[in-house]
Design a protein around this ligand. Structure first.
Ligand code: SAM
Length: 315
């Protein structure tokens, strides 16, 4: 049985568990299935939805080299890879088909990728096995019922996930618990104003049918059919999505003892580090910045997304 650099603990008793003994019948494709229900039916609905919609899925020709290339071409992926220290323990919550976990798995880092979706985890596992990657560890697990001790991870990343849960702020607090003091949390969410045009496209497609999907630039790009399918369902048929603002997430940070470091796009600058501390903008300035995202071309083409980065304070 595989040895991990962290402990796997039962969320109720908080006792360490031996996966082989306790969960011996609960593996699929060698992935431990540690999913526990949280009492809200949306979690099960999303589990079924993403079991079919394996997001973001792979291009037909992807291998470890091409995946690293793609990740480093995205400024966000490159900066994360450059700034996350070597030999850290990383949690990616809602890892989908595993691209981010895999891209960050070099330099002695150990990446723990959790997701609800069996289908996505199986795709991730196929890629990991065929590329002989040893430092990504996958689990089927619910963010609301984590099998990790408090203060375990150096870095927690959750990109495009919390806005599909029944309570994004509660989910955020669960992630903060397993982050070490001094550790960094990176959260990507749909933006209330940045997503307005995408909401209009969703409305048009709802009323006039799926033939209008050419309104979305992804359908004009050269990507695999699997990726287009995943994008279309994720963006236009999702059982639930919420939208958020910088000011709202700052309140989450305050409530959970997280010091604000930076945000994309609000204080993003190619020359600056993501993990470098920025001033918090005043509420009028940030209101103008947030509203102006409505017509920001990048937001319109990417579906209206923002990222908030913070550091857990030492009590
Ligand atoms: C839009 S996908 C994002 C995947 C990946 N982070 C990315 O950026 O490509 C959202 C993912 O969140 C997962 N998810 C949603 N709710 C979750 C929960 N309560 N616990 C764990 N994963 C969850 C879904 O199964 C899905 O794979």
């Amino acid at each position: 049985m595989k040895k991990f650099s962290i402990k796997i603990v039962d969320p109720n008793s908080k006792k360490e568990i031996d996966l082989n003994k306790v969960f011996e019948n609960k593996f699929f494709n060698e992935i431990p299935d540690l999913f526990i229900e949280d009492g809200n039916s949306l979690t099960n609905t999303q589990s079924d939805f993403y079991n079919d919609v394996k997001f973001p899925n792979y291009d037909d020709v992807d291998d470890f080299g091409s995946l690293l290339d793609k990740s480093r071409k995205s400024v966000f992926g490159k900066k994360l890879d450059d700034e996350i220290p070597m030999r850290t323990n990383i949690l990616e919550a809602g890892c989908g088909t595993g691209q981010m976990s895999i891209a960050l798995s070099r330099y002695g880092r150990q990446v723990y990728g959790i997701d609800l979706s069996k289908g996505s985890l199986i795709e991730a596992k196929k890629f990991i096995s065929s590329n002989n990657i040893k430092s990504v560890h996958l689990f089927r697990m619910n963010i609301f019922k984590l099998f990790f001790e408090e203060n375990t991870f150096d870095i927690v990343i959750s990109n495009g996930v919390l806005h599909h849960t029944y309570n994004p702020k509660l989910a955020f607090s669960k992630l903060v618990k397993v982050l070490k003091p001094g550790g960094i949390i990176v959260i990507g969410l749909y933006h209330k104003y940045g997503r307005i045009i995408q909401k209009m496209r969703q409305g048009l497609i709802r009323v006039f049918g799926d033939n209008l999907k050419f309104l979305d630039k992804r359908f004009r790009e050269k990507i695999s059919y699997k990726k287009k399918y995943a994008w279309f369902l994720d963006q236009y048929k999702n059982p639930s999505e919420t939208t958020h603002t910088y000011s709202q997430v700052l309140n989450w940070f305050n409530d959970e003892n997280i010091e604000f470091l930076s945000s994309i796009p609000f204080d993003f600058n190619l020359d600056k580090k993501l993990f470098q501390k920025n001033e918090i903008k005043n509420s009028f300035e940030i209101f103008l910045d947030e509203v102006s995202l409505t017509l920001n071309p990048r937001q319109i083409s990417e579906g209206g997304f923002f990222v908030m980065i913070g550091k857990k304070k030492n009590k």
